[in-house]
Design a binder for this molecule. Structure first.
Ligand SMILES: Cc1ncc(COP(=O)(O)OP(=O)(O)O)c(N)n1
Ligand SMILES: Cc1nc(C(=O)O)sc1CCOP(=O)(O)O
Ligand SMILES: [Mg+2]
Length: 506
């Protein structure tokens, strides 16, 4: 018998036929690309089922852009006279609502390249930035305030959580420039500024073939055309993670045929791009959701039970909290008189819209079915709730949070199925009648000493006055109900928590 989600009443998510959709649409991708990779790029686009065209001047581009699904700008063989053409192309793309993928080739290696890339980003009309780790880091360092740039180069992310720097940088840069960022390396990362995914696909021989990085930019551009039919079931971040997984899987499959020989690989790679299908992509992708510390800085939790069972009050408190700077919101509808069924679903959807408006990560507490039905960013469960493995099976690539109160609970938790952790109660709380005895901030450092490496938040009785020791003990952030929900001014309360966490970060 197949599992029925009670919120979906027989409705199921449409299957994700990403490659089939792409090939049916046969999108026209205009490539303004570098002299070295034109043929490889054109062949690669043809192999995936897209239609490539190279364009070298705005007179020509004006005619082509009306038919285009995407535009790629790759600055590989940069000359000063090309810069005005790039800008003109971006303007035309904006007029015709054509997404623009920017590949900032070599911008870490030269000040002029970097200045051109920053200028193009400043147009505000880049739909996706794709670069290798050094290029993306150079852009991030140039655009970010000094203190946050330094935090990201410690090798451990911030706050001790073992998150790859590239993941943190992708997330921060996506938020700074307001468009998804793909950073490629041994493991690729994609962030749309709300979610982060790791895509550990590909083969090292790909770096020995000129143009594999540049072709990826063009392939990602082509994928934009297939996003619209999938947009209710996956976020743009997850969708692009599938595109990256497809490209990497094609590399892996090509090596099986060619061996580690760049010349033969190049041919086998084109064949693999051509033949790989959705069944393989869905079955064999190893896409991993990643939670970066920044996402957990100020983690607001609430349900109608926290605001006098008043739905409108909850909506306005959450909007104020998001406006004030919370980085994550968990819908926790729990206790006497709280909403169920359709009413809970509708409230969950309204809250989701508010979070999306402010780029705030949206998590559902306990109710895995609801998280799936509304396509939330993630779910949080406790030790007494659904088993983590089952949760992971149901939610796929959504972020999964787990409560861990003690060393014993850490040992019995299969952490491989989780992405982040709530540790509590830090202090006495009146928001959870069945809370355990307070354990204090030291519990966080004890758990980390015992091997906990996932990013975590402290929870329970946290106020502006007692939050600092929790961060000093190793938490990435603080999870709060009453200090925001019951505040006279939830906007100011959220803002003050954000400032406090920003200041406390090393
Ligand atoms: C971030 C975060 N941490 C811990 C909890 C508590 O979860 P749980 O132990 O399952 O208790 P309930 O919240 O379900 O009552 C949480 N919700 N969020
Ligand atoms: C939801 C929850 N979980 C806890 C845990 O210890 O796991 S404490 C808690 C309540 C947090 O509310 P407040 O910020 O008002 O104290
Ligand atoms: Mg629970």
């Amino acid at each position: 018998m197949t599992y029925e989600n009670p919120y979906m009443k027989g409705r199921t998510w449409p299957e994700l036929n990403i490659l089939e959709t792409l090939r049916q649409r046969n999108p026209l991708v205009i490539c303004i690309t570098n002299d070295v990779v034109r043929t490889f790029t054109a062949n690669g686009l043809l192999a995936i089922g897209a239609s490539p065209v190279m364009s070298e001047c705005s007179e020509d581009l004006k005619d082509l852009i009306v038919h285009a699904s995407a535009l790629l700008i790759n600055i590989g063989t940069l000359t000063p006279d090309k810069v005005s053409y790039y800008k003109e192309a971006i303007k035309l793309a904006k007029t015709h609502e054509v997404p623009v993928v920017l590949d900032p080739v070599g911008c870490h290696a030269g000040a002029y390249r970097l200045s051109v890339v920053l200028d193009l980003i400043k147009t505000g009309n880049i739909s996706l930035l794709r670069g290798n780790q050094s290029e993306i880091k150079a852009i991030y360092d140039a655009l970010s305030p000094d203190d946050t740039a330094n935090n990201s180069t410690t090798g451990k992310g911030v706050d001790g959580a073992q998150v790859e720097d590239s993941a943190v940088i992708a997330y921060r840069l996506a938020r700074l420039i307001n468009c998804p960022v793909v950073t490629t390396g041994e493991e690729d990362y994609i962030s749309d500024g709300i979610r982060v995914f790791a895509v550990p696909h590909g083969h090292s021989v790909m770096t020995a073939v000129t143009g594999t990085g540049c072709l990826l930019g063009a392939v990602l551009a082509a994928f934009f055309s297939a996003y619209y039919p999938c947009k209710d079931s996956v976020s743009i971040g997850e969708f692009l993670a599938y595109a990256l997984a497809y490209y990497g899987l094609a590399g892996e499959s090509a090596v099986q045929v060619s061996g580690v020989k760049p010349g033969s690989f190049s041919t086998a790679f084109m064949d693999a791009l051509y033949t790989l299908d959705d069944a393989v992509l869905m079955a064999e992708n190893r896409i991993r959701p990643v939670v970066v510390p920044d996402q957990l800085q100020v983690y607001f939790i609430g349900g109608t039970q926290d605001v006098g069972l008043n739905e409108n009050r909850l909506l306005s408190v959450v909007e104020e909290a998001c406006r004030g700077g919370v980085t994550c919101f968990q819908f926790r509808e729990k206790g006497m008189g709280t909403l169920e069924g359709q009413q809970k679903l509708e409230l969950a959807q309204q809250l989701q819209q508010i979070c999306a408006k402010y780029n705030v990560l949206y998590i559902i507490n306990d109710d895995v079915d609801l998280a799936v039905a509304v396509n939330a960013d993630g779910v949080h469960v406790g030790q007494e709730d659904m088993r983590l493995e089952e949760v992971r099976n149901l939610v796929g690539h959504k972020a999964v949070g787990i409560s861990i109160h003690s060393i014993e609970e850490l040992h019995k938790t299969v952490v491989v199925y989780a992405d982040c952790v709530g540790v509590g109660p830090m202090y006495a709380t009146s928001s959870k009648p069945d809370a355990q005895e307070p354990c204090g901030p030291n519990r966080i450092s004890e758990l980390q000493a015992e091997g906990l490496t996932l990013p975590c938040v402290g929870i329970g009785g946290i106020t502006l006055d007692n939050a600092k020791p929790i961060l000093e003990a190793g938490a990435c952030g603080v999870a709060i109900i009453s200090a925001i929900a019951h505040a006279d001014n939830p906007y100011e309360a959220a803002q003050q928590f954000k400032h406090l966490v920003d200041r406390a970060q090393p």
